[in-house]
Design a protein around this ligand. Sequence first.
Ligand code: HEC
Ligand code: HEC
Length: 309
Amino acid sequence: MVRLMPGLSLVTLLLATVPVLLPAAFQADAADIDHGRYLFDAAGCLGCHTDKENKGAPLAGGRRFETPFGVYYSPNITPDRMTGIGNWSMADFLRALRYGENPDGENYFPVFPYTSYTKMSDGDILDLKAYIFSLAPVRQPNLEHEAGRVFGSRFMVGPWKVINFRAGPMKPVPDRGKKWNRGAYLVEALGHCGECHTPRDRLGGTLEHQHMAGTAKGPGGEAIPNITPDQETGIGKWPDADLKALFSIGMLPDGDFVSGGMAENVSNTTGKWSKADAEAVIEYLKSLPPVINKIKKDKKKKTGTDEWN
Ligand code: HEC
Ligand code: HEC
């Protein structure tokens, strides 16, 4: 039933209560599948939900995530009715991305970055669902997480959310331009860049005063660079052309190529941005408060293209 939560949007309410009265723009046949595909790439859904290492089918899940809290596996999000999300209504899908809850009202673990996706607009979430539901269903049962009693308990995510999670779509900042706001949306809502680039406390909450300032211990223990515009320890001195080269083909200013999580991000996400979107992201990143935080680059062997690896 409907519960009144802060940030609960009108559309969510409508979807939960009187689907018949949905405004035309929010009915499935009004959804824009092509736009959904662009959002799907910009939000990087494919990489996490595909077990590429074991040649798993796209979006059929089973990818392994080793975190300080245990081992989690991504679920099947193909439209298969038995093992995927084929039976989900629009309200179920919106609830997962906006509130981090499954159709039974239980919490998802934040290894699913709904802390960022909550910032997406209702219309974009609808288009995204339409695209995913246009893909071929794959029958593949989900794997159980291996996270122990505390961190494997969906109930325990409740208190974590109270501290670390604010639900609701992003609002444009009126005294910034359209381009800056687009960049903010691509970085904070879709690209979930902070899920890697913002350091975390011991319980996995992001440290907002160090927003995008990098961390020696990112997901999977990888070193994540500072992408605030600090002149010495961040990207403050990077010309826009260098950032464009990085986002389009993954090339660093020294001619080397990015590895690990960022390599996957370039092939699934940043490399698929339109030119205008890449420019919007650059304007936004360069406007962030600079944070001094020197991160030493990983010396380990370049591993290719695995996010969280
Ligand atoms: C960083 C990895 C990661 C990314 C990126 C990611 N997911 Fe997930 N997702 C997960 C994991 C792990 C879970 C399982 C969470 C749990 O069991 O609590 C999950 C759960 C889900 C679920 C719940 C499925 C179910 O059966 O209950 C949906 C729906 C979903 N993701 C959709 C998406 C969409 C759409 C995107 C892109 C906008 C996306 N995910 C991006 C890792 C990811
Ligand atoms: C899965 C984790 C992950 C995500 C998500 C991620 N990055 Fe990265 N990023 C990295 C890692 C790791 C590196 C370092 C790669 C290397 O040097 O080989 C990096 C490097 C970078 C660099 C180069 C900085 C430097 O000093 O070399 C920029 C710029 C950057 N990322 C921007 C972004 C943006 C913008 C987003 C969101 C659209 C994003 N990243 C999302 C992990 C991530």
